[in-house]
Design a protein around this ligand. Structure first.
Ligand code: HEC
Length: 317
């Protein structure tokens, strides 16, 4: 939700541990935090400022900011320093030291038996490590992301991605880069994800693998915020979403996880909550658990325990 209640197409990614992101935004269209910080300020559905220069003028009208910038940077307030200041602040939002970190460091009882089983499942039958770890072979417990992009089937049915890709190809051929940028944030073509950046067909509706630290307190989930609880996320993976999705990642397939398995993986994800968010995490887990006992919109047990569905071929141009 942005200025004047305007709604954008994307769920705000967390700023916690953002300093480790290799690329910024769900589609990786910016590299540095400085580059990222400049865009929401002027995006018309986010902060809606006419330009960075106008923003500098506005902030410069406040004496404390003027003096602080002079003090820190040794020169008058300007656009690049404003972005440096925001990015530097973000780099302080480092969040580790979760119960899981104590567990991995050797304190076997730092997380309960359910979370321990969840960590096993994460690396085996759950197949989560294939993307949420730096390497497929080695258990990596630092960032929970491969810094890569995948189509895991989010928003595919709602948006008819294949038709959108055709439409976007026309737009890309027109070579109008600012129109392409607006499409990423303000139009339905947002669903095309990484494709709008690389223009490569296999990247259609691919998004960045997010870090899972503090995921319990950073809902809703996925690039479009379409899932409310971690149980809904698990139901999505369990059925191996991907009907009518020719671009679905090969690693997404039905998982045949039982309800007990799902609870365990959720318990593992909850154990990634840092001490600063402990209280909030306890409340949120209780809220999500209660909700999951009554509403499970993504659950499809027949598909979860069924065979891997055939993958449709991409449409020919
Ligand atoms: C093929 C790669 C892949 C696999 C396998 C995978 N993920 Fe993901 N995960 C992603 C990507 C990519 C996203 C973002 C997708 C989007 O929003 O469109 C994501 C998003 C998430 C999110 C939402 C995070 C947020 O901040 O919104 C959670 C939670 C998650 N995954 C947990 C898991 C778990 C648990 C498993 C195993 C059951 C798993 N993932 C398996 C790639 C993968």
């Amino acid at each position: 939700m942005g200025i004047k209640g305007r709604i954008g197409q994307r769920n705000a990614p967390t700023v916690l541990n953002a300093l480790y992101n290799k690329t910024q935004f769900w589609d990786g269209r910016a590299t540095t935090l400085e580059e990222q910080a400049g865009l929401p300020i002027v995006n018309s559905v986010e902060m809606g400022q006419p330009s960075l220069r106008a923003t500098v003028a506005k902030i410069g009208a406040i004496r404390e900011y003027r003096e602080e910038f002079q003090h820190v940077f040794g020169r008058p307030l300007n656009g690049p320093d404003l972005l440096r200041a925001i990015a530097s602040y973000e780099r302080t939002l480092v969040s580790f030291d979760s119960p899981f970190d104590h567990f991995i460091a050797g304190d076997k009882n730092a997380i309960d038996a359910s979370a321990r089983r969840g960590w096993e499942l994460f690396n085996t039958r759950g197949r989560c490590n294939l993307c949420h770890a730096l390497s497929d072979q080695k258990r990596d417990a630092t960032y929970f992301t491969d810094n890569d992009f995948h189509n895991i089937g989010i928003g595919i049915i709602r948006h008819n991605v294949v038709a959108l890709a055709r439409q976007a190809e026309q737009l890309i051929k027109s070579g109008d880069t600012s129109a392409i940028d607006r499409a990423a944030i303000q139009s339905e073509m947002s669903a095309l994800g990484r494709f709008l950046v690389t223009k490569k067909e296999p990247d259609t509706a691919s998004f960045k693998t997010p870090d899972l630290r503090n995921v319990l307190v950073t809902g809703p989930y996925f690039h479009d915020g379409s899932q409310e609880t971690l149980w809904d996320v698990m139901d999505h993976y369990n059925k191996g979403d991907g009907l009518q999705n020719p671009y679905l990642d090969q690693d997404i397939q039905p998982l045949a996880l039982t309800e007990g398995d799902i609870d365990d993986v959720v318990a593992f994800m909850a154990s990634l909550t840092s001490p600063d968010y402990k209280e909030q995490g306890i409340k949120e887990l209780a809220r999500q658990r209660a909700l999951s006992r009554t509403t499970r919109p993504q659950r499809d047990t027949a598909r979860a325990f069924g065979p891997k569905p055939p993958r449709p071929t991409p449409p020919s141009p």
